[in-house]
Design a protein around this ligand. Structure first.
Ligand code: ATP
Ligand code: MN
Length: 477
């Protein structure tokens, strides 16, 4: 017997075919209709049993969450909502699921409740839809880069660099906690540690990515990234996945084009390949919106919003223009911002970014040319001597989805910038080598994969778009 999935069966429905399906029971109504789901797609398939054919003992065990094997004929469905169903001839219990203790019942559970049950939440329609879309998006990332001549480069997860202080670090060590070996001055003796120096989990693969780009031309990384920041927001995880392309001979404008193309390509793929799951999430969001006060409801439905993004160009706006807009904005004048904008040079908070994207431009926005002193040392200094070729891609509802820059390719300027922020150039001599040996204009950015999945699924909390979220105080499962 070939192994059928429900997805295949519904796609290639052939009336009269006899098949075997295995899956988990979503519901069992009237001792007759089993909604069977195997995770392969959003839809469950209706399996109709004649209770005369099976023992009461067996039928009693068919409860929500139990796994069963069903054999039978595909017949046209009389009920609404599906075109075919399975007329069950064989029925086998594979794994019982006691209803008294199974937490996932066929009713609405809150996302908060399901977060506590993350070991089982992928059994729900919402989370299985999100995970399937996550897969489609990840596949699209590789597809996009492969089609465009990029090489997939795996940068290390354990590193000695902190990538310009992109975030707080998780230390990696095998030193004992008690009786940690000490130097004479009392500091920890890392020479006795596994790598003979302090190491941590990576906060970004960028610096190594640049080495790849200055050899292979165009590379990208796509891997786990770790930040030990104690920020409990709906947009931060302690472990997330980042996509980091790095390209030789690309300037900032090429970099912006690439970021826009990549985002659009991924969204287009999801629109094409995840229709059922998107429709499900669209409806889910509409229902959620109904419970919100009118002024808080979003203008767009999820699918409309995705089309809007792929059909329109991202607005490009310099930091200086953005400050002008914000200075003149109503919320700034009326003191509605928590952090009022007072002058050129301040760092933008997410409230400002969201104002620009959601209220002013009503479109994804790429901000560029930020003040040098609020951005990392490796960004290319502009001729004005005070701004750098940085860019942040901002999305409605999410805020920053990607951040990047044209990199400083001039050895002397880079060394100077490192010294200014207290980085010992000798510490990063391996990185500086690229500027010594055949340096060139190059650029790259980091795109937070979960933030993108948040955007395409409409999930408001980042913890709900990764199978097993890690956040401060939470590393369960
Ligand atoms: P933010 O200001 O939103 O905290 P950042 O500027 O610190 O982000 P970058 O160092 O620029 O982040 O990282 C590149 C991208 O990685 C960000 O644009 C974002 O999409 C994603 N990202 C950064 N930190 C996190 C996090 N803690 N959890 C999930 N995604 C993240
Ligand atoms: Mn950033």
């Amino acid at each position: 017997m070939p192994k059928n999935t429900i997805s295949d069966t519904l796609k290639n429905q052939k009336i009269g075919e006899v098949i075997v399906l295995k899956g988990w029971v979503r519901t069992f109504r009237s001792n007759r209709f089993i909604a069977l789901n195997d995770g392969s797609c959003q839809s469950s398939i209706q399996c109709v049993v004649d209770f005369n054919d099976f023992s009461d003992d067996l039928l009693k065990r068919i409860t929500t969450g139990s796994s069963i094997s069903v054999g039978g004929e595909i017949v046209p469905s009389l009920g609404s909502g599906q075109s075919v169903e399975v007329k069950v001839k064989e029925l086998q219990m594979l794994g019982d699921c006691p209803p008294e203790t199974y937490p996932i019942q066929p009713k609405r559970h809150s996302l908060e409740f399901l977060r506590e049950k993350a070991n089982l939440r992928m059994r729900t329609s919402t989370f299985s839809a999100v995970m399937r879309i996550r897969h489609v998006a990840a596949f699209a990332v590789h597809d996009f880069f492969n089609k465009n001549g990029f090489f997939y480069l795996n940068t290390p997860i354990i590193t000695t660099s902190d990538a310009e202080g992109a975030g707080e670090l998780f230390r990696v060590t095998t030193l004992p906690f008690d009786e940690t070996p000490r130097n004479e001055d009392g500091s920890i003796n890392y020479e006795l540690d596994f790598f003979a120096k302090p190491t941590n989990l990576t906060v970004s693969g960028q610096l190594e990515g640049e080495l790849g780009a200055l050899a292979l031309g165009k590379i990208y990384t796509f891997g786990p990234t770790f930040r030990a920041e104690n920020s409990n927001t709906t947009r931060h995880l302690s472990e997330f996945w980042m996509i980091e392309p790095e390209m030789a001979f690309y300037d900032l404008s090429d970099n912006m084009d690439l970021a826009e193309d990549l985002c659009k390509f991924i969204i287009k793929n999801v629109l094409e390949k995840s229709k059922d799951d998107l429709n499900f999430l669209n409806t889910r969001l509409l229902n959620e919106e109904k419970n919100k006060p009118k002024e808080k409801r979003s203008e767009f439905e999820l699918i409309e919003k995705l089309h809007f993004v792929i059909d329109n160009s991202f607005v490009r706006c310099s930091y200086t223009e953005a400050i002008d807009i914000l200075l003149k904005s109503k919320p700034n004048k009326k003191g509605k911002f928590e952090f009022p904008i007072t002058e050129w040079g301040v760092d933008l908070q997410s409230e400002h970014e969201r104002y620009l994207v959601e209220k002013h431009f009503k479109s994804p926005v790429i901000l560029f040319d930020y003040p040098a002193n609020i951005k990392a040392f490796y960004m290319r200094l502009n001729e004005d001597g005070k701004t750098v070729r940085a860019m942040d891609v901002l999305f409605p509802g999410i805020g920053e989805i990607a951040g990047g820059s044209q990199r400083e390719e001039r050895h002397d300027v880079l060394v100077e910038k490192m010294k200014n922020v207290g980085i010992d150039p000798e510490h990063l001599d391996w990185y500086l080598d690229t500027r010594k040996f055949g340096t060139c204009v190059h650029s790259g950015f980091g795109l937070g994969f979960e933030r993108l999945v948040q955007f395409v699924t409409g999930m408001s909390n980042i913890r709900d778009v990764i199978p097993f979220p890690r956040t401060p105080g939470n590393a369960e499962f």
